[in-house]
Design a protein around this ligand. Sequence first.
Ligand code: FAD
Length: 499
Amino acid sequence: MYDIAVIGGGINGCGIARDAAGRGYSVCLAEMADLASGTSSWSTKLIHGGLRYLEHYEFRLVRESLEEREVLWAMAPHIVRPMRFVLPHHSGLRPAWLLRLGLFLYDHLGGRKLLPPTRVLNLTSDAAGEPLKPAFRKGFEYSDCWVDDARLVVLNARDAADRGADIHTRTQVVRAVREDGHWRVTLRDLQTGTERDITARLLVNAAGPWVDRVLDDSFGRNGARNVRLVQGSHIVVPKLYEHDRSYIFQNADGRIFFTIPYERDFTLIGTTDRDYQGDPAKVAITPEESAYLCAAAGEYFKQQVKVEDIVWTYSGVRPLFDDGASKAQEATRDYVLREEGAPEDGVLVNIFGGKLTTYRRLANAVLKKIETALGPKGPEWSGSKPLPGGDFPVLDFEKRLVDLKQRYPFLDEGTALRLERQYGTLVEEILGDAKALSDLGRVFGGGLTEAEVRYLMQHEWAVTAEDVLWRRSKLGLRLTKAQADALEAFMVQLSSYAA
Ligand code: FAD
């Protein structure tokens, strides 16, 4: 009998599993596909207060989010990094005084200790003005953070497991029924087709955009809609500029979009907002969205961005709490928890909405409900302990990278940076005492070695080449189809030996 069963291995499910396991509850988490294969790997990857939400008076959400920036940075300084955002002033759109006011609040609402404050930019002399059209002469620059979203999920899962949680991937929750004061939950292993039951005192439905579908299919409900599915898409193009800052641009339709330096050689552009009705697993960028993002960037950059320049796209579905807003972009980004049932019957906690940025606060709020239902165990702790590989001071990243390059001089610049970012202090578990790349076994391309693949399969639940190339890393941007096929064949072979 588990204390808690969690449905869904996105950021919310994994964050709750980590927090609960760390307090001493017994936890089982089931994810029907790969960890972070849902919305949590399709985000813009910002740990941000959300400047735009101030316009909707979401002050609590913005304050909580701003505070989380430095908490998450300290917990995971390898995968989280501070980023400066340039906001050019556009005379036809929001007035400068409004932007100034918003940024003043942003600087002072909460939690900023190490991140530098807002400053005014002269775009005619600052390097940030160079790639922009000459009409943009003035702007502002402020701080937020950036995170590798998929790795944030996996590291929460890893830490949860290290603290005793059972994490099952490729495992779908197909049925949940109340029985003698607890839940009987049927898990289907999607690789073998076999089913088995587990029991838990409390159930958390953290299925993101599938949350209503889980209520219908696994709990036999009648189709009530709690979340509004809003598609957001991104395009990736060869890098548009040399400096390391991002831009936040306002569009004539009132929307904003970002351009972000991405994986050293690329620029990430997004996002869109459109209501979505289909299966969240099948969402894909539309030609209109690609054209919209290219045209939007073309309004600001001297260099035109053409659809033919796009090297990769991704699309995800936001599971926003349905607050009845008329436009998709106006629906709240806040989270809502709904609890059902008394402790003696078996409690169900449903999660609607939320953001990557606030996942830890959401988990804390869920834990309060769990404590009420099951009785308290340990105190709040999740913000004070590092995620795996993140146990070093936030300002030491560059120093650690120099050390890594000295210890392993055979690593090329890009691979050293990638490994330090992905694994932090755990990088030695992969590199060991290797003196040459060939000491790490087969090389699949892009600096990916057999030693790393084995590590990902043993410690991070990677099963397929796609898990490795698009979620544990973004090496999918660099490997050819033939290299990816070779990796897949190797992983199949390794799994069959293990079986
Ligand atoms: P998910 O990540 O979707 O996880 C739910 C999981 O449940 C899935 O992996 C799914 O496979 C699993 N599941 C479903 N049904 C079952 C079942 N029956 N059994 C087992 N498992 C099941 N937030 C930010 O803070 N910053 C941003 O910059 C940002 N940008 C965004 C941009 C876009 C385009 C989008 C779409 C979202 C963005 N977000 C951002 C929001 C953030 O990504 C989401 O709020 C968050 O990832 C939701 O996480 P989740 O765990 O609730 O859902």
